[in-house]
Design a protein around this ligand. Structure first.
Ligand code: PMP
Length: 409
């Protein structure tokens, strides 16, 4: 029994009814890259521009007050959505990438030095992989990588070995955007904290798809993107423990993030505004809060259960074929992504043929080149699912693979 009324949910996303590639019904399976946006969220976005568009925080006039209240309350809403203690622990950024860069620059550049180490995993997205390595280079710190084993899981014995007294930061993806692995964030947090290190969880693929409670995970930082959780592009979140955010230096300087400026000195604004310099992403932030409401109205547990059923079905259908190789953990133990290759067909060619059948999937390295090097492949195709996807869409994908084989063989 599907916990979701998927027909009703699909009606909230009119884009899913459109045709592509000369009359093919759209089968949208690129949700790990960007999810579709329900009408409710689009409406909130346009209501803002039609009704109360104004700059926030500084205005005495009514429009500015309305915009400020909605924008500030959006922080409370997202804090609640991930289990944080209120707006002081929820900073709005542009996306996951900017959230990680904020921590890497504001915390890493000041706190890391020669002799320190940062621990990443081999399955990190470039947004964490490249960022931490560049910051480590600047300060002379070492970077270590937790091994991914043959089944696509983190080698936790290796993690325990790597996270020693030199380690100051552990930055690990919660749910892999390629392997689908859901990593043991709490266990990693405990390992980090035993060594007085901090931990950052990349929640880009978990906040949209499963209930997340940052306090239960005991992470120090946690990051996510709005456009992967039924929200707009241009907005993301950074959760940070309040005492850490209070101690940290700002990331960007300018208006709004200050309390008082004199010719001699500057003091910083309260959290979270200390980390939101300049005019922020007002409409995007307000619309993101509506996306969180939407997901909660549907129910995060039901969303997770539905996605797991569709993902398991996709894995099993693809696994029927000898010429398909699927990467990562077994069908019943993964997030809502299935990355694979079909023998003899390049990932990009495959995605291009699937597009002719209306099927939107991604081909490439999915911003995880080191992981692809480890898997010894140049690229993979990735189907990724959300609350509106169905098993019939998985069947359409499998049928189109047959057509691709016919073309290539
Ligand atoms: N981390 C993971 C695990 C992701 O899947 C993505 C998006 N593909 C990112 C980080 C980066 O997200 P964004 O491009 O929104 O910054």
């Amino acid at each position: 029994q599907d916990p979701l009324d998927v027909d009703a949910i699909r009606a909230d996303f009119p884009i899913l009814d459109r045709e592509v590639s000369d009359g093919q019904r759209l089968v949208y399976l690129d949700n790990a890259a960007t999810t579709q946006t329900p009408d409710r969220v689009v409406d909130v976005f346009s209501d803002y521009y039609r009704g109360y568009n104004a700059n926030v925080h500084r205005g005495i006039h009514q429009l500015s007050q309305e915009a400020s209240i909605a924008y500030e309350e959006a922080h409370d809403r997202l804090a609640e959505f991930v289990g944080a203690d209120g707006r002081e622990e929820m900073i709005f950024t542009k996306n996951t990438t900017e959230s990680i860069n904020l921590v890497a620059y504001a915390w890493g550049l000041n706190e890391l030095s020669e002799g320190d180490a940062v621990v990443l995993s081999e399955m990190e997205h470039h947004s964490s992989f490249v960022t931490w390595r560049e910051i480590a280079k600047k300060v002379g710190a070492e970077v270590r990588y937790i091994r991914v084993d043959e089944d696509g899981y983190l080698d936790m014995d290796h993690a325990a070995e790597l996270i020693d007294e030199d380690v100051e930061m552990v930055s690990v993806v919660h749910a892999s955007n390629v392997l689908g692995t859901v990593n043991p964030m709490r266990e990693l947090a405990d390992l980090a904290h035993e060594q007085d290190a901090l931990i950052l969880g990349d929640g880009a693929q978990s906040v949209p798809n499963r209930p997340v409670d940052v306090k239960e995970l005991d992470v120090d930082f946690y990051v996510f993107s709005g456009h992967k959780m039924a929200g707009p592009t241009g907005i993301g979140g950074l959760y940070g423990k309040k005492e850490i955010l209070e101690d940290m230096e700002p990331f960007l300087y300018g208006g709004d993030m200050i309390r008082r400026v004199t010719f001699e000195d500057t003091t910083w604004n309260d959290l979270p505004w200390k980390y939101e310099a300049g005019t922020p992403l007002i409409a995007q932030g307000i619309a993101l809060a509506e996306a969180a409401d939407y997901l909660d109205d549907v129910g995060m547990e039901a969303i997770q259960a539905h996605e797991e059923a569709v993902t398991e079905y996709a894995y099993e259908r693809l696994d029927e074929f000898d010429d398909v190789e699927i990467y990562g953990p077994p069908a019943d133990d993964r997030g809502a992504v299935v990355a694979f290759n079909v023998d003899g067909i390049h990932a990009h060619d495959l995605a291009s043929i699937l597009n002719d059948y209306g099927i939107a999937i991604r081909a490439g390295d999915h911003c995880t080149q080191p992981l692809h090097q480890k898997l010894d492949i140049a690229a993979s195709v990735r189907a990724s699912f959300y609350l509106y996807n169905t098993k019939e869409e998985v069947d359409a994908l499998v049928d189109a693979l047959d057509a691709a084989r016919d073309i290539f063989n």
